[in-house]
Design a protein around this ligand. Sequence first.
Ligand code: TYD
Ligand code: MG
Length: 453
Amino acid sequence: MAKLKTIYICQECGCESQKWLGKCPECSNWNTMVEEIVDKAKEDSLHSSISFSKPLNINEIELTDEERYNTSMEEFDRVLGGGIVKGSLVLVGGDPGIGKSTLLLQVSKSIAESKKIFYISGEESAKQIKIRAQRLNVETSNLFIISETNISVIERMIEEFRPEVVVIDSIQTMYKSELQSAPGSVSQVREATATLMRIAKNLNIAIFIVGHVTKEGSIAGPRVLEHMVDTVLYFEGDRHHTYRILRTVKNRFGSTNEIGIFEMKGNGLREVKNPSEMLLSGRPENVPGSSIVCSIEGTRPVLVEIQALTSNTNFGMPRRMATGIDYNRVVLIMAVLEKRVGLQLQTSDVYVNVAGGLKIDEPACDLGVALAIASSFRNLYIDSKTILIGEVGLTGEIRGVNFIEKRILEAQKIGFNRCIIPKENIKGIEIIPNINVVAVDNIYEALDEVLGG
Ligand code: TYD
Ligand code: MG
C-alpha cells in the first residue's frame, strides 16, 4: 500500500505545515497543529468496499424502528434509550480504573447467548481478560478476545468474521500506520474513530469504544470523539465508593441525561434498581445539617441527601467548599441566606456535600441546600421524613419547578410523610395519600415550617 501523505493543520485557523509546530505561524495559537491525512479520496479509493446509495426522495423513506438488541442489564439498556442499536457507534468514557472494561465485558456476556461478539483489547492480554472473565462468570462460546491495536487489521478481521457486536478497549491504544503521531494523539484517535464509524454503518454492527478521560475531563483532547459517534456514555463515580453511575451525554437514538446506577462488587457490577433507597441508606437521622431533595435524572426521580457543615472561621477568609454541586450555586444560596434571612455566615466556614457521590445540577435542589446550611448553622435538625423541593430566587422567593408530582410520588414511595414545595406548584396537583404537602412562598416561610423560625 502506498504511504499516505500527512500534513499538520492548525485547528484554529486552518494554516497548513509540512511538519509539526508548537505555535501556529498564522494565528499564533499554541498546540493547535494536528496531523491529518492529505488525500482522503485516495485513501477511500484504496478501500475496496466503497459504495454510495442513490439520493432518496424524502417521501420515499420508510420509517421503521431501529433494530435493537436487549441486554439482560436493564440499567444499561435504559441509558442507551432501550437497548443496543444495530449499526451504532457508542463511546463509553470514564476515568481509568472506574470499571469500563468490566462493564463492557459484562454487557458482552449478557448478549453473547445469541450474538457473536469481538472484544478487542489494546490494553490487556487475552490471558488477563480471561482472568477477569472468570471473575465475572463469563461462560459462552460466542465471545472472542483479540489483542490488537492496528485499526486496519481490525477492520479486515471484522469484515472477514462479521461479528454482530464489537468492543474496542480503548480507542487511545488504537493506531493507523499511515499516521506518524503516537497512538492516543488527536489525529490517531480521530482517524481510528472515523474508520470504526464507517465499519459500523457499512456492515450494520454495533461498536462500543472505550475512551479514557483526560485530566481536563474531556475524552482525548478537544472532545473530537464526541462529535463523531452516535452515543456518548460517561461512567463515573468515586473510586472510594462502590457506586458507579453510567450517564448519557449524547444519544442519537434516545434521550440524554438518563442514568443507570451500578454497584461494584467482588464479582463485577451489580445493577441498582432503586437508586433512591441506595442513596439514602445509612443516612444519619435527625442530625443538624442534613436535608433530602429530589433530583430528576433523565426520566427518573432520585432522592439524594445534601449535607452541610458550618463551623467558625479561625482566621482570615472563611472557607466554602462544595462537592457534587456547583460551587457558584452554593455561594449564591448562601448570599440569599445572609441578606434575606440574616444568617451571619460571614464568619463561618461552610462545606456542602452531596452524599453518595452523585452530582446534582438542578435548581429544584436549592431549597434543600439552603435549609441544610441553615440547619447546621442554627444547630437544629430537619425532620428526617421531610423532603424539600424548590428553586431559591435572589429575593428569597421559592420558585416553581417541573415534574412536581413525579417528585412527590417518589418521596411517598420511599416513605416520606412531609413535602415542602413552592406555592406556584400547588395548583393543579392531585392529592397524594400519606404525604403532607406544604406550599411555601419564600425562604422565611420554609425556615419557619422546617426549623421553626
Ligand atoms: P476496570 O474495568 O479495569 O476499569 P477501566 O477499564 O475503567 O480502567 O476496573 C477496575 C477496577 O474494578 C479494579 O480496581 C478492580 C475492580 N473490580 C472489582 O471490584 N470487581 C470486579 O469484579 C472486577 C472485574 C473489577
Ligand atoms: Mg480497562
